[in-house]
Design a protein around this ligand. Structure first.
Ligand SMILES: *Cc1c(COP(=O)(O)O)cnc(C)c1O
Length: 363
C-alpha cells in the first residue's frame, strides 16, 4: 500500500470550502445569528427541567421520534407520516441533498438551484456532495426573479430548488404568484421552501404543499427560542419521507431534544407565541427607528431580523460596531449591492436600544 495521502481521498470540492466558524470574541451584544432573545419564563424553564430529570438516560431515543412528529403534525395540521425530524433543518437539508442526488444522465453532475442572497447552507451542503449550485440573483426589491429562475430551470435542470420564505438575509417573502410560477416550471425537481422564520411572518406556504406534488417545507425551533435543542423538520409527502428515512441516522435526535421539543410544541406553545409577538413588535419599532438614521433604509421584514442598507460601506459600520463590542452580520465581502447591507437580529428591547444608540454614533 502507498502511504496515506489525504488529498487523494478527500472530495476535491472541499478545497474551496471552509468549516463554518461563527465569529469568536467577547461581545456585549450578539445580534448576528437570528437567535431569539432570552425571554423564556421561569415556569417554562422549570417544566423543561422536569422533562430532563425524568429522562431514561441509559436508553436510546425513540428512533421514529413519534411523539415529537405527532406534536409537529398537530401544530401544522398535517399527519405524522408527513413529518421527518432532523438535527436542525440543516440536517434535513443535507439529507435531501444526499438522497435526491441521482444524476439526470449517467455521470452527469447534479444541479441545485437557489437564489442569492440566501441561506449559505444550501450551497455548502450541495458543494460538499459534489453538486453544481446555480444561484439566481433576487431582483431589486429582493423578490424572486421569476423569469431568470425559469431560464435557469431550463438551462440547468436541477434535482432540488431551495427557496427560503421568509428569506435570510433579506427578511422578504417571495411574492406568491412568482413562487407558484417557479414551482410549476420546476415540475421535475423538488422545491424545498425553507420556512425557518415562518413564526414571524404573515403567511405560510402550507397550501402549496397540497397543491403541488413537488413541494416540501422545512421548519425549525431554532429561531423561536430553542436553538440549543437542534430540532428542525421537513413536511412533505409520505412517499418522499419513506425514502429519506432510509438514509436518516436512526437516533439522530437525542431523547432530551425530542422530549423538550414536544413540550415546546404542545404545552409551551403559548410561550413561543408570546415571544414571537414581542419580537415582531420590536421589529416594527426598530424598522422605524433605523429608517430615521441618516443614510439608512430598511427592507420591510417578515422575520426576526432587519435588512439594513447603509450609505456608509457596511464593512466600516460593522467594524465600528465590533469596536463597541456589538456583533451583527455583514455581507460586504461579497461586494456588489451587498457592500452596503447589514443584517441585524431583533433582540430584547434593551439590546435593540443599545444597538440603536451605537448606530447613531456611527452612521
Ligand atoms: C437559521 C436558518 C436555518 C437553520 O436552521 P436549524 O434548524 O438551526 O438548522 C435554516 N434555514 C434558514 C433560512 C435559516 O436562516
Amino acid at each position: 500500500m502507498p502511504e496515506l495521502s489525504l488529498s487523494e481521498l478527500v472530495r476535491p470540492e472541499l478545497a474551496e470550502l471552509h468549516a463554518y466558524a461563527p465569529v469568536q470574541g467577547d461581545f456585549v451584544l450578539r445580534l448576528d445569528a437570528n437567535e431569539a432573545p432570552a425571554l423564556l419564563a421561569e415556569h417554562a424553564r422549570a417544566r423543561l427541567a422536569e422533562v430532563a430529570a425524568r429522562a431514561a438516560f441509559e436508553r436510546y431515543p425513540d428512533a421514529r421520534a413519534l411523539g415529537l412528529r405527532t406534536a409537529i403534525a398537530r401544530r401544522a395540521g398535517v399527519e405524522a407520516d408527513q413529518v421527518l425530524v432532523g438535527v436542525g433543518s440543516d440536517e434535513v437539508i443535507a439529507l435531501l441533498l444526499t438522497v435526491l442526488s441521482r444524476p439526470r444522465r449517467p455521470g452527469e453532475v447534479v444541479n441545485v438551484l437557489t437564489t442569492t442572497p440566501s441561506f449559505v447552507m444550501y450551497r455548502m451542503a450541495a458543494r460538499v456532495r459534489g453538486m453544481r449550485v446555480i444561484e439566481v440573483p433576487l431582483d431589486a426589491s429582493w423578490d424572486l426573479s421569476a423569469d431568470a429562475m425559469l431560464r435557469a430551470l431550463e438551462l440547468t435542470p436541477p434535482n432540488l430548488v431551495f427557496l427560503a420564505s421568509p428569506n435570510n438575509p433579506t427578511g422578504t417573502r417571495p411574492s406568491p404568484d412568482r413562487l407558484e410560477r417557479v414551482i410549476e416550471a420546476a415540475r421535475g425537481a423538488l422545491v424545498v421552501i425553507d420556512e425557518a422564520y415562518v413564526d414571524y411572518a404573515d403567511a405560510d406556504c402550507l397550501a402549496l404543499l397540497a397543491r403541488h406534488e413537488n413541494v416540501a417545507l422545512t421548519r425549525t425551533l431554532s429561531k423561536v427560542g430553542f436553538a440549543a435543542l437542534r430540532v428542525g423538520w421537513l413536511i412533505a409527502r409520505p412517499e418522499l419521507l419513506r425514502e429519506l428515512d432510509k438514509a436518516r441516522l436512526p437516533f439522530n435526535l437525542s431523547s432530551l431534544s425530542q422530549e423538550m421539543a414536544t413540550l415546546v410544541l404542545s404545552e409551551l406553545w403559548s410561550e413561543v407565541e408570546a415571544l414571537t409577538g414581542r419580537v415582531i413588535a420590536e421589529r416594527e419599532r426598530m424598522a422605524n427607528e433605523l429608517a430615521q438614521l441618516p443614510g439608512c433604509s430598511v427592507t420591510p421584514s417578515q422575520a426576526n431580523f432587519l435588512w439594513l442598507k447603509t450609505e456608509r460601506p457596511a464593512g466600516e459600520v460593522f467594524d465600528a460596531l465590533v469596536a463597541r463590542k456589538i456583533l451583527v452580520r455583514s455581507f460586504h465581502e461579497r461586494g456588489g449591492r451587498l457592500a452596503h447591507q447589514l443584517r441585524v437580529t431583533i433582540g430584547a428591547h434593551d439590546q435593540n436600544e443599545l444597538l440603536l444608540s451605537a448606530l447613531r454614533g456611527i452612521v
